[in-house]
Design a protein around this ligand. Structure first.
Ligand SMILES: [Zn+2]
Length: 326
């Protein structure tokens, strides 16, 4: 069994994805984002679950006084404080500036992500939909367009949606990916697609349910919505808790697990026909051990990193959920 797991396991180059200072930088950024909100437009309260609307919840933990709670009805976790104005977090750090970098390191990083992660996403789509040739794909929150470039290589007809005009122009001219400077809400009603992808997006918005319903309206018959989102029931969060790289008050407002994904699919009236988890849980925990001087644990974890991660992925307890709805 272990050999079967290892044969299909795709490893990740940790020297690229988890540099030595990853964990200490992360803790700093988490605090910074909370400060940006506090110095900006402040927080507003969320009194009911963004998916099932129940107001029954219990607190899991908090980070910098922002509580992360568990909905007693559908088991979604959400922060009961969200920024009044999301631009406090997205514009403060010039997050877009990092997408516009053109130095060799940025190019190499994007190329790695395309080869390692985008092609994996293309393979998952073809597992469900067959060959991508002539499928129309809309990627919401396309960023540097590395996924769409890989999908275009598989002959899909690709369009990206991105909120920053600068990023749209840059990606279009540099990589030849067709981009629309718009949110899904502003997109023309008549625009329809076979596949709508939202990678690491739904956890960032106030109303993930409304976003999913909106996406459904833009699907062709038999079309699919393909999402990635953090898994609250993951080894990463189990160990790291409020200090996890996934727990990001102000940025990540909702945290799903298999139960709340099921509830989401019911609420939007679509079947969840693909559900898997995968991630870098072990590398993330290892990064914390190194940063906090736990050398012995770090060494044994490092020696067994891939096999541990392969087992975590397979058990459904890895930090990233991949789900497809039809
Ligand atoms: Zn709920």
């Amino acid at each position: 069994m272990l050999q079967i797991l290892m044969d299909k396991f795709l490893d990740v180059d940790q020297s690229i994805m988890r540099k030595d200072n990853f964990y200490s930088n992360l803790l700093e950024s988490k605090k910074k984002f909370v400060n940006y909100v506090e110095k900006g437009h402040g927080w507003k309260e969320v009194n009911s679950c963004p998916i099932c609307k129940s107001s029954e919840y219990i607190e899991e933990f908090s980070f910098q006084s922002v509580p992360i709670v568990k909905c007693q009805e559908c088991h979604l976790r959400y922060t009961t404080l969200v920024p009044n104005d999301l631009s406090d977090v997205y514009e403060s750090e010039s997050l877009y500036a990092s997408l516009l970098k053109t130095d060799n390191a940025a190019d190499a990083y994007r190329e790695y992500k395309k080869n390692r992660f985008a092609r994996e996403r293309v393979d998952i789509i073809s597992e469900v939909c067959g060959p991508l040739e002539n499928l129309s794909i809309l990627d919401v929150g396309a960023g540097t367009g590395f996924f769409l470039e890989a999908a275009a290589e598989a002959k899909a007809k690709c369009t990206g949606l991105e909120l920053s005009k600068e990023v749209c122009e840059f990606v279009e001219s540099k990589y030849g990916v067709s981009m629309i400077n718009s949110s899904l809400t502003e997109l023309d009603e008549g625009e329809k697609f076979d596949v709508i992808t939202m990678f690491d997006l739904i956890e960032h918005v106030y109303e993930p349910l409304e976003l999913m319903k909106k996406a459904k309206k833009h699907l062709n018959e038999n079309g699919i919505i393909f999402i990635y989102t953090p898994n609250f029931d993951s080894f990463n969060i189990k160990v790291l808790k409020e200090n996890s790289n996934l727990v990001m008050p102000g940025i990540h407002l909702t945290y799903f697990n298999s139960e709340s994904i099921k509830k989401l699919s019911l609420e939007i009236g679509m079947d969840c026909l693909y559900y898997q988890t995968a991630g870098m849980d072990v590398a993330d925990v290892l990064s914390m051990y190194k940063c906090t001087g736990r050398e012995v644990e770090a060494r044994s974890m490092k020696d067994n990193l891939n096999v541990l991660q392969a087992m975590i992925d397979e058990s459904g307890c890895a930090c990233s959920i991949r789900a497809i709805f039809r």
